[in-house]
Design a protein around this ligand. Structure first.
Ligand code: CO
Length: 272
């Protein structure tokens, strides 16, 4: 069953999704070579709690091995669910920062990939294309389309047109009262396949795209997903509500990109 959210519920989800945007904007301001990924997580958790929310990810998952942090910070060949650590960012790294904000019974969920200093053209192109694929996918989040129209759009643009590897083991999802709800939103698939979209459905659309092989594996910690060939991977995510003619973003990249432009330690090549 895919939930249809009413206006009040969508307002709460939007407010929470924009708190994730604000958190990622604070991250963007801090990024520079030498900073540890753990310091970003510490700042984010404080920021989230100071704003009356809870970090959606902390404690998420099975009782045996709940996710231990507020952010997922995935550097270079890490696809998603990287643990913040004492690793110091260095010039040439790319990092996906994923964050969830929970308040008043609903979640927002959204992610962005940043480049630290100078990053090669090949990786900048991967970032640009992955972000573009998300924007194209959001246009497909319209009434009476199907989930497969979103999935096909990401796969077609990133893989068929650009030749990148599309991760299959992890998918986007419905988001609302729970972080992960129906439906699953894969980044590969066929036009016209899957469940029919209705106005008011809220989806987290999140392409995870690899420079090389689509193959990935999970490390010993049970969370960290890495590319099998060690090549870089990029991840962008928006919380989106299905509307009549196209999806409406509840989260925003604008403030994050503005902070990126203002931060001289970040490579803005993918913003052009
Ligand atoms: Co998500």
């Amino acid at each position: 069953m895919i939930a249809i959210r009413n206006r009040e519920e969508i307002e709460i989800i939007k407010r929470n999704a924009l708190m994730v945007t604000a958190t990622l904007t604070e991250v963007a301001k801090m990024l520079k070579p030498g900073i540890t990924t753990l310091s970003l997580d510490t700042m984010a958790e404080t920021f989230i709690r100071d704003n009356g929310g809870l970090p959606s990810f902390k404690g998420y998952g099975s009782k045996n091995n709940p996710y231990p942090y507020s952010l997922c910070i995935s550097v270079n060949q890490v696809v998603v669910h990287g643990f913040p650590s004492n690793y110091e960012l260095k010039e040439g790294d790319i990092i996906s920062v994923d964050c969830g904000f929970y308040k008043d019974g609903y979640h927002g969920d959204h992610a962005y990939t940043f480049a630290i200093g100078e990053v090669g053209q090949e990786v900048l192109a991967l970032m640009r294309v992955t972000k573009e694929s998300l924007m194209k996918a959001i246009e497909q989040a319209r009434e009476n389309n199907r989930v497969g129209d979103i999935s096909y759009t990401v796969e077609n643009y990133t893989n068929r047109i650009h030749g990148y590897g599309v991760v299959r083991e992890l998918v986007g999802h419905g988001v609302g009262k729970k972080l992960h709800e129906d439906p699953q939103v894969p980044n590969y698939g066929r036009r016209g396949d899957g469940k029919r979209l209705k106005e008011g459905m809220v989806l987290a659309i999140e392409p995870m795209i690899n420079l090389g092989t689509h193959k990935v594996h999970t490390e010993e910690d049970g969370w960290t997903v890495v590319t099998s060939d060690g090549k870089p991977s990029v991840h962008y995510e928006h919380t989106v509500v299905v509307r009549k003619n196209k999806g409406e973003n509840l989260s925003q990249f604008g403030p994050i990109e503005d902070a990126e432009r203002a931060n001289s330690n970040l490579n803005k090549g993918h913003l052009e």
